[in-house]
Design a protein. Structure first.
Length: 267
């Protein structure tokens, strides 16, 4: 069996930046073991698989890291929208359907930017953080939050986030939750807040750009900074830029993509 594959750099307009995602459109779902084997072979943060549901006029989407199926992935959703819009330039919007988050609307907004509408997934304070979290981050943050996806460690400055040295073995024991570290941007930056994301239990060491966690980070920083339109910078080695707009019941996360590869895989 031969399948099309697309590899896209998401949340960037520069090739070799952002976060790579593989996108594999399917006519029908393959066995889970086959999907996982393809994702492991790709060895990217995520591989997204798409099946068009004609009855609902939506694209069913599933995401797999090299290790396991992931409940929610922003950058691979952005990459998938990019591939579909590129194939049909007249299409202005589409809907992805995912078990864990429901429907995600993707819209072309001009200038090559794609906007995704996510449900808000606000984080709340952690009164007694686990020892593995306290001991797994150096330097220590000012406070901790958590949502259904990850612990959020908040720092006073961007410099501290850049200096964080994670103990990945300790953080791995927190699974299925991941860990994101975040802080306000340095003075004069062209973004509002910064983050880094560690997920040793679910995918790897440090994720290059994590769109999904901005469903929690954007509401937090909107409240802290007093405005609902924000720009996030993920300070991984590859870096990425996320344009966020916070609403009462949703978070809109936008970004650019650039294609790296088009090809065919044999299964």
């Amino acid at each position: 069996m031969q399948l099309p594959i697309h590899v896209v750099d998401a949340f960037t307009s520069q090739r070799f930046r952002g976060n790579q995602a593989a996108v594999v459109p399917l006519d029908q779902w393959l066995p889970d073991a086959t999907l996982q084997a393809i994702a492991a072979e790709n060895n990217l943060s995520e591989t997204s698989f798409l099946v068009f549901n004609a009855a609902r006029n939506t694209f069913e989407i599933r995401w797999f890291s090299p290790l396991k199926e992931i409940a929610f992935c922003g950058h691979a959703t952005l990459a998938s929208a990019f591939v579909l819009f590129e194939a049909d330039p007249q299409r202005q919007s589409l809907i992805f359907s995912a078990a864990a988050v429901g429907d995600v609307i993707a819209t072309q907004t001009g200038g090559g930017r794609i906007r995704m509408t996510f449900p808000r997934r606000d984080a709340h304070a952690v009164d007694e953080p686990p020892a593995a979290l306290r001991n797994g981050l150096v330097p220590a943050p000012t406070h901790y939050l958590v949502n259904q996806q990850a612990y959020v460690a908040v720092y006073a400055s961007e410099a501290e986030v850049l200096a964080v040295r994670p103990d990945l073995e300790r953080l791995k024991s927190l699974g299925p939750l991941d860990v994101v570290v975040t802080a306000p941007a340095r003075p004069g930056a062209d973004y509002d807040f910064v983050s880094r994301y560690f997920w040793p239990a679910n995918g790897g060491e440090e994720d290059p750009v994590t769109g999904s966690i901005h469903a929690a980070l954007a509401p937090y920083w909107a409240d802290r900074l007093g405005r609902n339109i924000l720009v996030g910078h993920q300070a991984s080695q590859r870096t990425g830029t996320l344009y966020c707009e916070v609403h009462q019941d949703r978070v809109e996360v936008s970004g650019h993509c650039t294609r790296y590869l088009s090809g065919t895989i044999t299964v």
